[in-house]
Design a protein around this ligand. Structure first.
Ligand SMILES: Cc1cc2nc3c(=O)[nH]c(=O)nc-3n(C[C@H](O)[C@H](O)[C@H](O)COP(=O)(O)OP(=O)(O)OC[C@H]3O[C@@H](n4cnc5c(N)ncnc54)[C@H](O)[C@@H]3O)c2cc1C
Length: 471
């Protein structure tokens, strides 16, 4: 009984089973990681589930591109963007376990390493992965800072002192503070090698705009809490194989109904029950959807991006819809390339890049299908200021400079303009409850995490927990 891992879900499930009446039914609109996770949690509670996805394939911002856009050389399928998870992503790992995905098999796990090809920069020692206590984790971080010889001694002492101060304050700061504010006075080399890469990769926004309190929360969870929490988890398969496909298979096996190519245009309440309306063309072309439109739901969860959620929910709660519509977004670009020449093995499948727009590059062949030539994904976080052509040119130049002998062939540049909500100190994130029995879950819903897979999955699990308690 998977729900036993979570007492809240299990108790709710037990209550649902106790009823003589048919299990309550929930409609979930949007099958990204948040909507899929809410669907899994609903099934665990014993609910009947209809999951609607507007696109032909589920997965939202974290899925593989269609086969038509994949490339030769027996390369792994390209993803919408290279993703990295952390050991601290407890909700993601719990959901993967529920749907029978073995995290040990699908992830390459290693200690946090933000260094470049020449091993310059910040990295935790390998034994951080096997530290058995919080004290062990703190020792690993201290060890890494002390051993980072390219920082002046004064800079290392300053960083350790500042971390201790953050620890003593419970990793809290004034809600209006930016990351730059709370890091003021730290040495420029520490900012370059540690604060900026961590901030941009976790919050996708530069330190002078990023929320200090959200960043401190990520820092605490990732670096200074449970053993293993700082580990980087790099998928050894494409994103759809990692989560979406096993998730949909599991949902269908458990009796959930999954409707892809089904765009919900409105949700309406009649006689105390909710009904969904699908876009006309989809309702006509797919007869099964007609049946769905007549189905009454006890609850509806909107798991779409903020703009679509705002449009669907405006008539039910204009104040909530306004908050969702007001969120700003930041972009991420991913440049895929393939080496024509044989490459020597990399020190790590993820390396920091310097001297151009990309911050990190991932060796996807090493991760997924080891070959002598390799497919790489270079990631440009917070990329909105640059055009697609400028991004491509800059990244290809970085790759050429770093591995001049590789003879890089450009494959594709994927620009996701609304990759993450802008996690600034003033971002007013909407709450999960929209109206009576109408809810929202997604990475932008109020919560401790920035726009991440963990934020999305947590939100999906939490909304079902709240519904279970309210029902
Ligand atoms: C390039 C890139 C790189 C990233 N890297 C990382 C990373 O390394 N680590 C990390 O943790 N996070 C990363 N993220 C963030 C992460 O991908 C997102 O936070 C997460 O995928 C959001 O999931 P979601 O379910 O909230 O929303 P979405 O994934 O946007 O899902 C919403 C779904 O709703 C559907 N939908 C919209 N309107 C309707 C409608 N009317 N009817 C039905 N369905 C509808 C959409 O088609 C979509 O499938 C990255 C994001 C991008 C874009």
């Amino acid at each position: 009984m998977a729900g036993l891992e979570n007492p809240g879900l299990w108790l709710g499930g037990l209550m649902a089973l106790k009823q003589d009446t048919p299990a309550p039914r929930v409609a979930i609109v949007g099958a990204g990681w948040a909507g899929c996770s809410a669907a899994v949690a609903a099934i665990e509670l014993g609910w009947q589930v209809d999951l609607f996805e507007a696109a032909p394939a589920a997965g939202g911002r974290a899925k593989s591109l269609t086969k038509a856009t994949t490339h030769p050389h027996n390369d792994p399928p390209l993803d919408n963007g290279q993703h990295i998870l952390l050991g601290a992503y407890s909700a993601c790992l719990a959901t993967l376990k529920t749907i029978s995905v073995n995290a040990d098999a699908v992830f390459m796990r290693s200690a946090l390493d933000l260094r470049d090809k020449n091993a310059a920069g910040f990295a935790l020692p390998n034994w951080a992965s096997t530290a058995t206590s919080e004290v062990g984790m703190a020792s690993a971080v201290t060890w890494a800072v002390v051993r980072c010889r390219r920082w002046p001694i004064r800079a290392r002492v300053q960083l350790l002192t500042r971390m201790l101060r953050w620890r003593l304050s419970g990793f809290a700061c004034h809600s209006s503070a930016t990351v730059a504010d709370i890091c003021r006075g730290l040495h420029s080399s520490v900012m370059r090698d540690f604060i900026e890469p961590l901030c941009v990769s976790a919050l996708n926004i530069a330190p002078n705009s990023a929320s200090g309190s959200v960043w401190l929360r990520v820092l605490k969870d990732a670096l200074l809490s449970e053993p293993g929490s700082s580990d980087m988890l790099l998928a050894k398969c494409d994103l759809s194989t990692l989560f979406v496909e096993p998730c949909l298979t599991w949902l269908k096996q458990q009796g959930g109904r999954v409707h892809t190519g089904a765009r919900v245009t409105q949700v309406m309440r009649k006689s105390g029950k909710w009904h969904v309306t699908l876009a006309a063309s989809e309702a006509c072309t797919q007869p099964a959807h007609a049946d769905v439109q007549a189905t009454p739901y006890n609850h509806v969860i909107i798991a779409t991006p903020a703009a679509q959620a705002s449009a669907i929910c405006w008539i039910h709660n204009p104040h909530w819809a306004q908050a969702a519509a007001s969120l700003e977004h930041t972009a991420i670009a991913t440049v895929y390339a393939h080496s024509k020449e044989v490459m020597p093995p990399w020190r790590s499948p993820m390396l920091a890049l310097t001297g151009g727009l990309a911050q990190f590059v991932f060796n996807r062949s090493d991760l997924m299908a080891p070959t002598q030539t390799c497919q790489v994904a270079a990631v440009v976080s917070d990329s909105a200021a640059n055009s697609r052509d400028d991004i491509t040119a800059s990244v290809m130049q970085q790759l050429d400079k770093t591995w001049p002998y590789a003879r890089w062939e450009w494959l594709q540049t994927v620009v996701e303009k609304r990759a993450c909500f802008a996690c600034t100190p003033h971002a007013a994130r909407p709450v999960m409850r929209i109206a009576a029995n109408l809810w929202a879950c997604a990475d932008y819903i109020a919560g401790p995490y920035p726009s991440t897979l963990e934020g999305a999955v947590r939100s999906g699990r939490e909304v079902m927990q709240a519904i279970g308690q309210a029902s």
